[in-house]
Design a protein around this ligand. Sequence first.
Ligand code: G3H
Ligand code: 13P
Ligand code: ZN
Length: 359
Amino acid sequence: MALISLRQLLDHAAENSYGMPAFNVNNMEQVHAIMQAADQTNSPVIMQGSAGARSYAGEPFLRHLISAAIEMYPHIPIVMHQDHGSAPGVCLRSMQSGFSSVMMDGSLMADMKTPSSFEYNVDVTKTVVEMAHSGGVSVEGELGCLGSLETGEMGEEDGHGAEGKLDLDMLLTSVEEAADFVDQTGVDALAIAIGTSHGAYKFTKEPTGDVLRIDRIKEIHERIPNTHLVMHGSSSVPQEWLKIINSHGGEMGQTFGVPVEEIVEGIKHGVRKVNIDTDLRMASTGAVRQHLQDNAANFDPRKFLKAATAAMKGICVARFEAFGSAGNAAKIKPISLDDMVTRYASGELDQKISKANAA
Ligand code: G3H
Ligand code: 13P
Ligand code: ZN
């Protein structure tokens, strides 16, 4: 049984200077692709499910997909994380579902549209931290609103995000507020806003330092070096998949994502979790379009879904290797969530990296 906490995995990543891609999952093909890639590269895994994933698959199906991965790959440490919890109740339901980690996204109100106050964010995040840590479950918080520094708008593809334009101070996480937030809430990991946004339409051209603020990661990491940083909206929007989609009947606009080398630079400065959903969506859509066009007589879904799985696996292998998590699965000795309860309760994990994996 290799379900582990996010905290244990990110502590290991910090101790060994690597980053973890965290892939969104909704269905069996995504889980297969991620696990096959992890098995091939000997990488630990973070899979994350959004509230949208839970309502798409249905809670029991999502839960059993993860159980199946744990059963089939007992040698791979797996974190099951809830992405963008909009309220403490959403996080509680994921914990009841067996997730080992939750995100309380208090940067927006529970409607997932209205930016919240710092005080509201601290309040809801702290509530979740108290609840989660008492069950050995880890918590990711978010400070700042994810959105484009080119347009001042949040992404609109993922079902949540503020409408209209946001001020720069909302779109860029403040260094001092980050330190205060971590101090007051005791989160295990902090998602920060640096110009990335959800979905495919992140940048109108290859991003430069003024719209993708890696320098802000460096400043925050210098101020709170013991906090694991999280990059959301970090798909790289592979141009080769964009071309395949559009040359097989698709109509995606020209767009650019977060270059892998910029993420790697972030990893050198405290980024430990990198959220990726769009890249797998694009790879599977491109592969299905291509397969169906090239095999017009086929009516067996297993054939095009296998092509989708292989395409997604390719992205996962590339990220595990680029972020340095490849080769680390076998080095992690799983700590049960029961043991994490004791470690949290003792205070030994308070704001201190490199403790969870200590003997
Ligand atoms: O952050 C959002 C993820 O891309 C999940 O998207 O809510 O459509 O499942 P979703
Ligand atoms: P992308 O849309 O860039 O894949 O981001 C996913 C994400 O941040 C999920 O929380
Ligand atoms: Zn996100």
